[in-house]
Ligand binder design. Structure first.
Ligand SMILES: C[S@@+](CC[C@H](N)C(=O)[O-])C[C@H]1O[C@@H](n2cnc3c(N)ncnc32)[C@H](O)[C@@H]1O
Ligand SMILES: [Zn+2]
Length: 398
């Protein structure tokens, strides 16, 4: 087992102190280290992609709003994200970083001093909810709040809604508790997110939709409307960027997009039912079998084409291939139908050999259907074709 210790790391051209694993050993043999809550300040090299996208997304948000930004990272660990934001994004007035752990606080302070950024970055050692609530008055609210905890961001959502700018602010949320969100621990998901998950071939999309609806319903209590700008599910976590809008009318419109997915486990038919009132369950309209329900969850779009395009442009300047590829696929699927079909899983279910993904895409397009790949899974497609049509094309390939 590798040991955690204070080391010097580099990310985005910035040197900083972190408490974590040897980055090279970790990249080769991740199992040599068990990330855990017991590690006082875990600098996780795997989350570089998460931070890279955060940098490009905040840059996009600044380019769109053209404002000097006040940013808060209430669960900051060693502070690398805040330091990278200040050094890599123009137009940032201040960053407030905070961690309840005294060791994290000391390391973050040391990092800020290392880069002589004391005039731009303030470091605090408080509970995140307390810090956010102290910044809930109108003159103090933040333009951007990035909640990046171990596990679920749900315990911090209410205070984040208090402290985020009500109109055209941005909330960035990470959830690493994929077992509840993907339906392995159903009760934990209901407790934390107020929605029922489902173990399906598209459970990672359901996870993002549950995280968004929980945020939308929390924001609605304060008459804040949320609109998803960018969402992704990568490695062991899911992440979403949400824009705020104020007023009861906007909030009602956002809440109307919370509803259910009715899923048929027998034939893979799916149907979205926006609206918070529980839907009546009938038999599957495709095969007549009993259906299952996931939700309440977000039924609206999980990406904004314009925002993703701008974030991708920023990534192209100095981003690594993986980030550019991920954002390019997200752009391709931005307006595509909800939920996706994993061809391997479909073929397994029907005992069929799996045809090439490109060929299935071509055949569906020839028949006039919309088709897009998805970043959620390499061997999956989004399409408006009914399941019967997808299966008939797969069978043609035999
Ligand atoms: C996943 S790490 C943060 C990583 C960091 N955002 C980054 O990008 O490198 C989560 C951090 O939250 C801190 N934390 C946990 N509960 C907290 C709370 N209630 N208030 C403030 N910080 C908390 C932990 O000490 C830990 O450093
Ligand atoms: Zn069915």
């Amino acid at each position: 087992m590798g040991s955690y210790k204070i080391r010097i790391y580099n990310e985005g051209g910035v040197d900083f102190y972190g408490y974590g694993p040897d980055a090279e050993v970790y990249a080769e043999i991740p199992k040599a280290y068990t990330p855990s809550k017991a590690a006082p300040v875990f600098y996780n090299p795997v989350m570089k992609l998460n931070r890279d996208i955060a940098i490009y997304a905040v840059k996009a948000y600044q380019q769109i709003t053209k404002r000097g930004l006040r940013i808060c990272e209430p669960l900051a660990g060693c502070g690398v994200r805040g330091i990278r934001l200040v050094t890599e994004v123009d137009g940032i007035d201040s960053v407030t970083i905070n961690d309840v752990n005294p060791t994290a606080y000391e390391i973050a302070k040391k990092n800020v001093e290392l880069h002589n950024l004391q005039d731009k970055i303030q470091v605090f050692n408080e509970d995140a909810n307390l810090l956010l609530t102290k910044n809930a008055s109108s003159g103090k609210r933040f333009d951007v709040i990035d909640v990046d905890p171990f596990g679920s961001p749900a315990p911090f959502l209410d205070s984040a809604m208090r402290a985020v700018r009500k109109d055209n602010g941005m909330l960035c949320l990470t959830a690493t508790d994929m077992a509840p969100l993907c339906g392995v621990h159903v009760n934990a998901c209901i407790r934390k997110y107020g929605g029922v998950p489902l173990r399906t071939m598209y459970c990672h999309e359901i996870a993002v939709r549950l995280l968004i609806s929980c945020s939308v319903l929390t924001a609605a209590k304060r008459e804040i409307a949320l609109t998803p700008l960018l969402s992704h599910s990568t490695d062991h976590y899911t992440r979403t960027y949400l824009r705020t809008g104020s007023g009861a009318k906007n909030t009602d419109e956002s809440v109307k997009q919370v509803g259910y997915i009715i899923h048929c486990p027998h034939c893979e038919h799916r149907q979205l039912k926006p609206g918070i009132a529980a839907p009546l369950t009938g038999g599957c309209p495709s095969c007549g079998g009993d259906t299952k329900i996931a939700g309440p969850l977000w039924c609206g779009k999980i990406q904004s084409r314009e925002f993703v395009a701008q974030t991708l442009e920023n990534a192209k300047v100095n981003g690594v291939n993986r980030t550019i590829k991920l954002l390019s696929t997200i752009l391709e699927e931005a307006d595509a139908p909800a939920t996706y079909y994993n061809l391997h899983r479909l073929c397994d279910q029907h005992n069929l050999p799996c045809p090439a993904l490109d060929w299935v895409i071509l055949m569906l397009r020839e028949k006039g259907y919309l088709v897009a790949r998805t970043h959620f899974n390499d061997n999956s497609i989004r399409t408006n074709a009914p399941i019967s049509e997808i299966l008939s094309i797969i069978k043609q390939a035999q």
